[in-house]
Design a protein around this ligand. Structure first.
Ligand code: ATP
Length: 290
């Protein structure tokens, strides 16, 4: 079922190389102008503007329900904006869906590998869906299994993997088609501190080796502090601050990114005002953490 859902989500037509209008012009790899998204009466994103430069590790931080996932969904063609403009790798997600989809890899909040397939089969399926030619695909799969430290588990069923191993496999899968941008939506949720540390080491290594742009969300401020080159803080659908971690601390006269974040977004618990969807998500997370 997961395979079918993933195929339906991707629906990529098989052409591998995509001309990238932003690479030659030195333009931002992601740019967002006055972006809005409403769900009925709920204004989830209220006219945000920001850009991300190629090679940056950009952290998009905010309390529960701030609008992070909604923004990522709009950037990755999964949701249609109410208004505003988006460019991803120079392409408009409303016009060039396939080109946008080929420009990024994504690791979702919820696990999305197929447990009944081996690690190799999971990668192979993704590579085929993205139309990566066989020879290039196989070479890249071998290389990625080495990079994520799972080369000796290539033919094992994913159902026998730990949570951390599955996450690493998801990252490898997201990188298989050589995307310019990797979206990581709370990739370390539910992982132990050791695994979280390792995971960020892989991501920063990849960022250096392949100059891949990383767009991440996390609720772990120390992680964002360690890895992000730039941070934007979103609250109630509005960007309330952006800059490096040092700049945010200076702006708020605080000593840690967590204190800066709290100074910018306040201490009110957001879950009380969350919708039924949020409540379900929160409960499922609590059970997953046990
Ligand atoms: P979290 O950290 O909890 O994942 P988030 O910052 O990613 O939060 P979003 O998931 O983007 O927040 O949600 C922003 C707001 O939009 C919330 O009030 C949420 O309830 C609402 N929302 C999101 N998706 C939908 C939907 N499909 N229908 C109705 N409301 C939605």
């Amino acid at each position: 079922m997961i395979v079918i859902r993933h195929m339906a989500q991707s629906r990529i037509r098989p052409h591998f190389m995509t001309h990238n209008p932003s690479s030659s012009s030195g333009a931002p790899i992601v740019s967002v102008t006055d972006l809005k998204k409403s769900f009925g009466d709920i204004a989830a994103v209220k006219g945000i503007t920001f850009s991300v430069q190629p090679g940056e590790i950009f952290a998009f931080l905010g309390p529960n329900g701030a609008g992070k996932t909604t923004t990522i969904k709009m950037l990755t063609t999964l949701l249609r904006p109410t208004s505003g403009e988006i460019r991803v790798n120079g392409f408009d997600p409303l016009i060039d869906q396939d080109k946008v989809r080929k420009s990024f890899g994504i690791v979702f909040q919820d696990p999305s590998t197929d447990d009944e397939l081996t690690a190799w089969e999971n990668l192979e399926l993704h590579g085929i869906l993205y139309g990566v030619p066989t020879k290039i695909r196989r070479e890249r799969m071998k290389e990625l299994m080495e990079i994520i430290g799972l080369a000796d588990r290539t033919n094992d069923l994913v159902k026998h993997f730990s949570g951390g191993m599955k996450r690493r496999l998801e990252i490898a899968r997201g990188l298989l088609h050589h995307p310019k941008i990797l979206f990581l939506d709370e990739p370390t949720i539910g992982l132990d501190p050791q695994t979280r540390n390792h995971l960020w080491s892989y991501v920063t290594d990849l960022n250096k080796k392949e100059n891949i742009t990383v767009f991440l969300t996390t609720h772990y401020m120390e992680e964002a502090d360690k890895v992000a080159t730039r941070i934007a803080v979103i609250d109630h659908g509005t960007i309330v601050a952006s800059g490096s971690s040092a700049e945010l601390k200076e702006q708020t006269k605080t000593q840690s990114l967590e204190d800066a974040f709290l100074a910018l977004t306040g201490n009110t618990i957001r879950d009380e005002s969350a919708s039924a969807i949020d409540q379900m998500r929160i409960h499922s997370r609590m059970f997953r953490k046990r």
